[in-house]
Every structure is written in structure tokens, then in C-alpha cells.
Design a protein around this ligand. Structure first.
Ligand SMILES: [Zn+2]
Length: 520
């Protein structure tokens, strides 16, 4: 009966109101425990400290309460350890790595377009160690995202913590025409419980009013500087007006132009045509100030002085320079449901499916684009700027969770030390959310949001992929090792492999249901 009612609710919600299905009540994960002891871990604390261990970690409820360094004695003297009391939950984790839970600052739940359930998405996130997301846009609606935020806080669902950055103007019938109605909307979403606003572009006076009011209401802000408004409002305008973080990279090269005001568009360009839009974007970094030039340095330094955050989402553009790699990535086979596979196909309708006729020249342009962009990111970091991690998965062949781990690899390619990558993924992400006193590093007093791995992720980020790392094992036999072992969110221990098995089951069932042989 309960199932029947649920089915009816789902039916009504999908058909009558078009509200996406909610995440079902949580059945996975154990805890929080009165006392949970993680024994013998090597800690990467997220604040930049090198790996250190073995350590014993005591978690009481949802908080880390004690960390003890055990030294390199063999065997470890019992007197040095955190004493185990009757009833304690003990995990023997000798040789395992312990990191802060990862923070994905650009994490869409997906929806009708992708044809994926929120359960599928949330389990891919948790299965890859992501314990906190910033949800930009809230395409499933304000009420949907706020309800899920609340249920995640109460641990009723298997999902990361959710910080909704509501799409600017969401719920309104048209664009804002006055500053007053702009401010009214900002106050409304603040009152309802939004964490911030996601912008895409608006006239300068409206941007000013929105950002000013967001600051007053204590809301964060993120912006994708779309080409339609970027000539009048680039990232420097945003940073000066109080925007706290920029998404992707659009608006940044435009703020450093020295020999033009408008991007060098071909004369038959049309923004609605996504092959034009993404193809020409790949030729944009080459049109701006050269690395190390006066203009480059000046913009970099001003943005840093304004405490401005770059959230590049390199990973979502990766298919632009290597389409075949992304289409055939190891995880597509078992983790991509047919509807999402369909959504990724070249199309005039689906966003991000711009492979109408993608050429060698397009890929080469994008490779060069990445080289300059990566230089800026590394330079920004080295001069004290904050660079964070976001995935934007659910588009352009990128899967939730997997795309985030790939972002770690790409920042390493940009010149970041793996420890700098982890700091960006955890502590700096927490700073953007104003949560650095609660999450983002492994410290007594902080919430128990943690990632546990059997292999050393600092030596190789590939061990964090749900599909593991493919390598040669004993007896000359290739094997897959790694994958996150446990993700702890709010003191609840999730078996990451179990979550990913759930995801594969969801995909298998979707394939069976659709009658699709399941390309790929
Ligand atoms: Zn996005």
C-alpha cells in the first residue's frame, strides 16, 4: 500500500506537475555512532599539510573529537592509541588514507533533460567521496532543491550536503526590469533558505542591484558570464560589484583584451548554434593578453585583491579537445543510462551536444585554449588566488562523480601539486561556502565529512574513480584497484562500493526497461 501511494505520488508529480522524482528515504549507511574510532589512518588534512600517520581518529556523533599520532613504532604500543571503550564502533584502517569530504562547487542534479533520477546522481557523488555540493541554477525548482537540502541535513537521504545557488530570476515570468524588483526577489529567496544566486548575465544596473542585495542578505554568488552580456559586464565588473565566484572561464579572457573589445567572431556566427558557440569559445584565450604581460598580471592581481574565486570546471570542456576519449571513457558502459546516453548525442536541441561536425582543427584549437587557461589558473593560485573544483557533470559526456575526479587530474596537469589540488577540493571549497569552520579539513571539532581510500590518492588520483585504476598486478595480471572505500558524511559511514553497485543496478534496469541494448 505504501508503495502504491508512493507510485501514485510519483505518477502525479511526474505527469501533473512535472516535478522530478524525489530521492527515496535512505537505506544505505551506518551511524552516526556515539563513538567511532578510525584506527591507523594516514591523514591528508586538506589545509595543505603533507600526509601524516598512522593516526587514530575518534568521531563522536557527527564530529571529529580527537586525533592521535601513533608514531612509526611496530607494533603500535596500545598506550599511544585512543582507548577503545565497550560499545565503540572500531574500523581497522592501517595503511588507508583519510581525507576531508570533497566539495563539488558546480553540481547539477540533472532532471528531465538528462533523464536521470536524483538518487542515481546523489549516489555517484557520495560514491566518489563528494560530501558537499553547491547546486547552481536549481533547475528542478526552488521548492524541490530546498526540500532536498533539508532532508540531506536530517540525513534522511543518501546525498551530500546541498548549498542551493538559485538561478537568477527563477520563478519569475520574465527578466527583471527594475532594481527594486531585483532586490525583492533576492530578499525572497534568502528568506526561503537559498545559499546563493547563480547568474548567467543581465544588464549592469540589474547585476549591481542583485549583487549588492545578495551581499546584504549574506548570500553567495556564482556566475557563468555568457557571451551575450559579456561585453558590458565581464569578470572584473563582477568582482568589483561583489560577485564571490566565477564559473567556467567565460568573461575572464574578455577582461584582458588588449587589441579588441569584442571577441573575433566569424561573420556568420550565431550563438544559438552550439557548434558555433563552443567552437569559437575554443579560440578565445588566444585572442587575449599574453601570459605574463602587463594586462594579464594586472587583471590577475586585481581579482586576487578582491578575494575572487575561480571555479574553472575544466573537465566539462574536455570533450572539446578529445571527443573520442570522453565518448569511450571506461565508465560509460556500466554507469550511463540510455536516456543520458541519448542526451549526449550530437543534437540541435540538447545543451552541450555541439558535435555537429567536430574537426581536428576544433580539437587542436581547444588544446591550445586549455594550455593558456591552465597557465592562468596556476599563476592565479601561485599569487595567492583561490581556485576551486566543480564538475558541471550531466553534460558533454561527463558523469557525476567521475567528472569531479577528472577535474583533480586536470588541475594537476595545470601545475598544481596534488596536495594543492586536494586543498582546492576541500578547504578552499569550504571557504567559498563560508563553511570552513565546519567542513573542508580533518581537524578536531569539525564535522565528520571524510573520504577513506585503500590506495594513496596523492600519488595517483585515478584510484578515486569508481571504476578504479587499471594496472599490472601480481602474476603479470592486469587488475583494477582503488575506488573510494568509505565516504563518511555527518558521521554516517557509507560503503562507497555498495553505493556504486546501486547505481549500476539503476542503469541495468533502465536499459532493460527501455529495451536498449545499452549503447555504449
Ligand atoms: Zn552548469
Amino acid at each position: 500500500m505504501k508503495n502504491l501511494i508512493r507510485l501514485l505520488i510519483v505518477f502525479l508529480s511526474v505527469n501533473a506537475f512535472a516535478v522530478p522524482e524525489s530521492i527515496p528515504d535512505r537505506v544505505r549507511g551506518e551511524g552516526p555512532f556515539e563513538r567511532l574510532i578510525l584506527r591507523g589512518v594516514i591523514i591528508v588534512n586538506g589545509e595543505g599539510a603533507p600526509p601524516v600517520g598512522p593516526m587514530d581518529v575518534l568521531i563522536e556523533g557527527n564530529r571529529i573529537s580527537e586525533i592521535r599520532n601513533l608514531g612509526l613504532y611496530k607494533p603500535i604500543p596500545e598506550a599511544k592509541r585512543i582507548p577503545v571503550q565497550p560499545g565503540d564502533r572500531v574500523m581497522e584502517l592501517e595503511g588507508h588514507y583519510l581525507l576531508p569530504g570533497f566539495i563539488d562547487l558546480h553540481a547539477h542534479f540533472g532532471g528531465d533533460d538528462q533523464g536521470v533520477s536524483a538518487e542515481y546522481v546523489a549516489k555517484l557523488w557520495l560514491g566518489h567521496g563528494i560530501t558537499t555540493i553547491r547546486e547552481p541554477g536549481s533547475f528542478n525548482g526552488l521548492d524541490w532543491i530546498l526540500a532536498h537540502k533539508a532532508r540531506s541535513e536530517k540525513n534522511e537521504i543518501a546525498a551530500p550536503r546541498i548549498f542551493p545557488y538559485i538561478g537568477f530570476g527563477l520563478g519569475e515570468t520574465g527578466p527583471f526590469l527594475t532594481e527594486e524588483e531585483t532586490r525583492r526577489w533576492v530578499r525572497k529567496i534568502a528568506k526561503k533558505g537559498a545559499s546563493g544566486i547563480k547568474f548567467f548575465g543581465a544588464p549592469a544596473n540589474i547585476m549591481q542591484a542583485a549583487l549588492d542585495e545578495a551581499g546584504k542578505q549574506g548570500l553567495g554568488s556564482a556566475m557563468h558570464h555568457a557571451q551575450l552580456d559579456v561585453v558590458n559586464w565581464n569578470v572584473l565588473d563582477s568582482a568589483r560589484a561583489g560577485l564571490t565566484s566565477m564559473e567556467h572561464w567565460y568573461g575572464l579572457p574578455e577582461s584582458m583584451f588588449v587589441d579588441k573589445v569584442i571577441q573575433d567572431y566569424p561573420l556568420d556566427y550565431n550563438y544559438t548554434n552550439e557548434q558555433h558557440r563552443f567552437g569559437e569559445a575554443g579560440r578565445l584565450w588566444a585572442q587575449t593578453a599574453k601570459p605574463g604581460s602587463e594586462k594579464w598580471n594586472q587583471v590577475r592581481d586585481e581579482l586576487i585583491s578582491l578575494d575572487f574565486t575561480l571555479n574553472p570546471t575544466l573537465t566539462i570542456y574536455e570533450a572539446s579537445h578529445d571527443l573520442m576519449r570522453e565518448m569511450n571513457a571506461d565508465w560509460q558502459k556500466e554507469y550511463t543510462p540510455p536516456a543520458l546516453w541519448q542526451f549526449f548525442q550530437p543534437s540541435l536541441i540538447s545543451h552541450g551536444s555541439y558535435w555537429h561536425d567536430w574537426t581536428t582543427a576544433d580539437e587542436v584549437a581547444w588544446k591550445n585554449n586549455f594550455r593558456i587557461w591552465m597557465q592562468f589558473l596556476n599563476d592565479y593560485k601561485n599569487h595567492g588566488g583561490r581556485v576551486t573544483l566543480g564538475s558541471d557533470a550531466g553534460y558533454i559526456w561527463k558523469l557525476y562523480g567521475f567528472g569531479y575526479i577528472r577535474e583533480m587530474e586536470l588541475l594537476q596537469e595545470a601545475g598544481f601539486h596534488p596536495l594543492e589540488v586536494i586543498r582546492s577540493a576541500t578547504y578552499l571549497g569550504a571557504e567559498v561556502l563560508n563553511m570552513e569552520d565546519q567542513i573542508g579539513s580533518v581537524r578536531p571539532g569539525k564535522l565528520a565529512d571524510l573520504v577513506i581510500t585503500e590506495e594513496n590518492p596523492i600519488a595517483n588520483f585515478k584510484v578515486l574513480y569508481g571504476t578504479g585504476h587499471f594496472k599490472l598486478g601480481a602474476d603479470n595480471k592486469p587488475e583494477r584497484v582503488g575506488g573510494v572505500k568509505y565516504t563518511i558524511k555527518d558521521g554516517i559511514v557509507f560503503n562507497a562500493k555498495e553505493l556504486l553497485a546501486d547505481v549500476r543496478k539503476i542503469v541495468r534496469e533502465a536499459k532493460a526497461e527501455s529495451g536498449s541494448s545499452g549503447e555504449p
